[in-house]
Design a protein around this ligand. Structure first.
Ligand code: FEO
Ligand code: CA
Ligand code: CA
Ligand code: CA
Length: 820
């Protein structure tokens, strides 16, 4: 709009030469200017200084008779959406000189402009729940004191996805939408302590307890103030807490892992062990939005499978936790296979131990095990004859060092504290870490149960209500759980001096529940409480001794209660506006769930052929969601938000969410709603969805999508026809959410053979951190199948460069909220 007929100060265009007496004087004008609400918040000092100076100069010259007022324009109207950057450009010309220009707001909700006395102003469109007009006025005063102004309207719509979907691809780079930039930080092996050598990435590097671990998984940002104190609002300096789930052992050694006379070399095993666990690294934004890690930060920390741990909650001190290292069952060493995560409002991180069972050598000791022990070991899959990577075969140089031997969980004939038969019971927990206290001992929160913990995401913290955390147990036919604290939330606990003590308060006592889904779209949370519903010594399958036994063997307790077995529950996410709980059910196969094994919550059985190979079951997975009255509720309603499927699959029975080329995906895993601190997490919060897929990888590498989901019940009931191998069919009723359409869009595709896992933003939403796990996992040291992240820059990359897991930083080039 270029309307110049009215100034903000009572002046009418064309009037000035004949109506001096009624024109507002400059002093009046200045007075009005400073008293108006058009003075912009946070910048009034700048306005006063600039305008004041020019007004004084103009007052020296009262002769305006030969002067024409400035000609101004405020630019065309703008339509945008919350979280996007808006730029307004005003122009002013004059027959004399322009003395002062200013952008102001004559009406509407105020927006802070950082530099209002310039032609061009930029700001982030604020969050609105309905389309809202914001009026902006651009005014100019010439050297004679003549004023003109023009207005423009900025119409802001509620937050919406604002990028063009990335095409499926099999490139060896991270692909993001136009208008975004990717950079790489925190690669496997990067040094995170002073004096540690740069990573050579040729298999000779050592000292992984002071380097970034392998297989970066879930991550979360913990802000730091300029002075290095905890600051939940900081978006420029903070700590990244990231899980390191597993390893690509072939790339960690010069020519891959070796075994000598049946034993793993100690140095190799040490390296592999140290590559697991968690990293805490200080990161900061520098000039030009470049992010880097502070290698010598005193906050940097590696938590490994050797880091001292404390046990807390009902299983602390239980006979089931006693080992040769911990004869009282109150202490442990390390954490392993840390997959998804969780957080707390008091500034701690939760890391979740997932596929720990496979690391233990166990088979062959049946004669020395009780019937109960054998039932429990079988139920948790502790059955390996070697243990992953064969660590227990190491002959340690220090014979008193049991950090290798403890991976041998075979029971001897002596007491339980004479060996490591109970070492597997020390894993499978949610572990709380204080990232701001590098010397603190992490605490394993046994009240949350022992399983193949994927994640542990909190629901809303409402004063006076008991908070809850939602958890998936990732294995075929396992369950979804929630833990409800025994203690109602007190707001002051968000800012404690002893963060882990607040963890004790809320996470050491409470009730663990498991979910049962009913066909009518309702569900029940079933309490895992010793003495209730048959969870006692009378349970034939596994007689429980006490609450510690129930928690250590939560799967067996959930079996007894009749929980609903699911298609591999991965991450849990909670909508920050509605409180609805989303859970990825990554996939299942025909062995895990045959044609006649479907149920309303796990409804599909079909074939998704990959190349010439049939894939029966639910190879593409789905995402279920639940709505409950509040975190204390023992019932819920549910439906299925989305079904993974290739766009080419039958929309009647398989591609039930009507996915197309812009949003088709397979095997959902990582799942996080945007933080409520920025536009992406408000009004209609954005959901990040990441894949860990093997079923659709003939078409595309793994990916991350952004969604703006609706609510439970926005679709309806449906009956589908399933098909098994051999052509047998069966019908299954289910409940399906509204098709996502354009509210689900592919944001990123990863490099070759990776999994996308881990995502968080800074509180302002302008910087997104995404984990790229195990690129080139199928390659060899001599012939890597990926060269990422070296390949990210483009150009020619030596095909012998070993791939590394890494975190990428994604920013929107115009500075807006990523995704919007
Ligand atoms: Fe580590 Fe279930 O993903
Ligand atoms: Ca996962
Ligand atoms: Ca997965
Ligand atoms: Ca993984």
């Amino acid at each position: 709009m270029t309307d110049v007929t009215e100034t903000p100060f009572g002046y009418t265009d064309g009037d000035v030469d004949t109506n001096h007496s009624t024109a507002t004087t400059l002093n009046e004008l200045a007075e009005q200017r400073y008293s108006r609400r058009t003075l912009l918040r946070g910048s009034s000092a700048i306005v006063a200084a600039t305008m004041g100076g020019s007004l004084v100069a103009a007052c020296d010259n009262n002769d305006v008779g030969s002067d024409a007022p400035p000609t101004v324009a405020a630019g065309t109207a703008v339509t945008t959406a919350s979280g996007r950057m808006v730029t307004l450009t005003g122009t002013a010309t004059d027959d004399k000189q322009i003395a002062t220009i200013a952008w102001t707001q004559p009406s509407g909700p105020l927006i802070t402009l950082s530099n209002p006395n310039s032609n061009t102003v930029s700001f982030m469109a604020p969050v609105v729940s309905a389309a809202t007009d914001f009026r902006f006025r651009f005014a100019a005063i010439d050297s004679k004191g003549q004023t003109s102004s023009a207005e423009t309207i900025v119409t802001v719509n509620p937050p919406a996805l604002g990028f063009t979907a990335v095409a499926k691809n099999k490139l060896d780079v991270v692909t993001v939408p136009a208008g975004y930039t990717v950079s790489v930080i925190n690669r496997t092996g990067d040094p995170i302590a002073a004096g540690v050598a740069a990573y050579k990435n040729d298999g000779t590097d050592t000292n992984f307890a002071q380097r970034i671990g392998d297989h970066g998984d879930a991550l979360y940002w913990y802000g730091l103030s300029a002075t290095g104190t905890p600051d939940a609002t900081s978006s420029t300096r903070g700590l990244l807490v990231q899980n390191h789930e597993n390893i690509n052992d072939q790339y960690l050694h010069v020519a891959g892992p070796t075994t000598v006379n049946g034993a793993r070399p100690e140095s190799e095993a040490q390296k592999e062990i140290d590559c697991h666990g968690v990293s805490v690294t200080e990161v900061a934004e520098g000039a030009n939005r470049a992010w880097s890690v502070k290698q010598d930060s005193s906050f940097n920390r590696r938590i490994t499978p050797a880091t001292p741990m404390a046990f807390n909650g009902p299983a602390k001190g239980s006979n089931l936790l006693k080992t040769a290292f911990s004869p009282t069952g109150v202490a442990g060493r390390g954490t392993i296979n840390n997959c998804a995560n969780g957080t707390t409002p008091w500034g701690t991180a939760l890391t979740c131990e997932e596929n720990w069972a496979g690391y233990f050598r166990r088979s062959g000791d049946n004669a020395n095990r009780s019937a109960k022990e054998l039932t429990a070991l079988s139920r948790y899959g502790v059955s390996s004859s070697t243990g992953s990577y064969g660590w227990s075969t190491v002959v340690a140089a220090d014979s008193a060092n049991t950090l290798f031997r403890r991976w041998d969980a075979r029971a001897g004939t002596g007491a339980a504290t004479s060996d490591f038969r109970n070492e597997p019971n020390q894993f499978g927990w949610v572990v709380e870490i204080d990232p701001y206290a590098p010397a603190s001992t992490p605490r394993k929160r046994t009240a949350l149960g022992r399983m193949g913990h994927e994640g542990c995401w909190p629901g809303a913290f409402v004063v006076g209500k008991k908070p809850a955390w939602y958890m998936g147990d990732d294995s075929r036919r396992e369950y979804i759980y929630k833990f409800v604290s025994a203690t109602a939330w007190v707001a002051a606990d968000a800012n404690p001096t002893d963060r882990l003590a607040i963890g004790d308060k809320y996470m050491d006592s409470g009730t663990l529940y498991v979910a049962r889904f009913a066909a009518d779209g309702t569900g029940t949370w079933l309490p895992l409480v010793y003495g209730q519903n048959g969870l006692d010594g009378s349970n034939a399958a596994y007689p429980f001794a006490d609450q510690a036994d129930v928690l250590v063997n939560a799967r067996l307790a959930a079996d007894k209660l009749g929980a609903t077995p699911m298609d591999r529950p991965e991450w849990t996410a909670v909508n920050p506006v509605t409180g609805e709980i989303y859970v990825t059910l990554t996939n299942n196969n025909a062995a895990g769930r045959p044609l006649n094994g479907t149920d309303p919550a796990n409804p599909r059985h079909y074939n998704d052929p990959k190349g010439g190979t049939a894939q029966y079951g639910n190879p593409n997975g789905h995402i279920i969601r639940m709505k409950e009255a509040d975190t204390e509720a023992t019932s819920f309603t549910w439906d299925i938000y989305g079904f993974g499927a290739g766009a080419d699959l039958d929309k009647t029975n398989i591609n039930l969410s009507s996915l197309d080329d812009s949003n088709d995906f397979s095997s959902p895993d990582g799942l996080v709603f945007a933080r409520a601190t920025h536009a992406g997490g408000q009004a209609k919060p954005m959901l990040w969805l990441q894949t860990d897929d093997g079923a659709y990888t003939d078409v595309t590498n793994c990916m991350m999508l952004a969604a703006q989901p609706g609510t439970v019940g926005d679709g309806g009931a449906r009956t589908i026809t399933n098909t098994g191998s051999g052509g047998a069919t069966a019908t299954q009723a289910t409940r399906i959410g509204a098709a996502p359409g354009a509210n689900l869009r592919r944001f990123l595709v990863g490099p070759v053979e990776c999994e996308i896992t881990g995502v968080d933003s800074t509180p302002d939403g302008r910087t997104l951190f995404v984990g790229i796990q195990h690129p080139g996992e199928g390659g060899t040291p001599a012939a890597p199948t990926s060269n990422w992240p070296d390949s990210q820059a483009g150009g020619t990359v030596a095909k012998t460069i070993r791939p590394r897991s890494a975190v990428v930083v994604i920013t929107k080039n115009d500075g807006g909220v990523v995704g919007l």
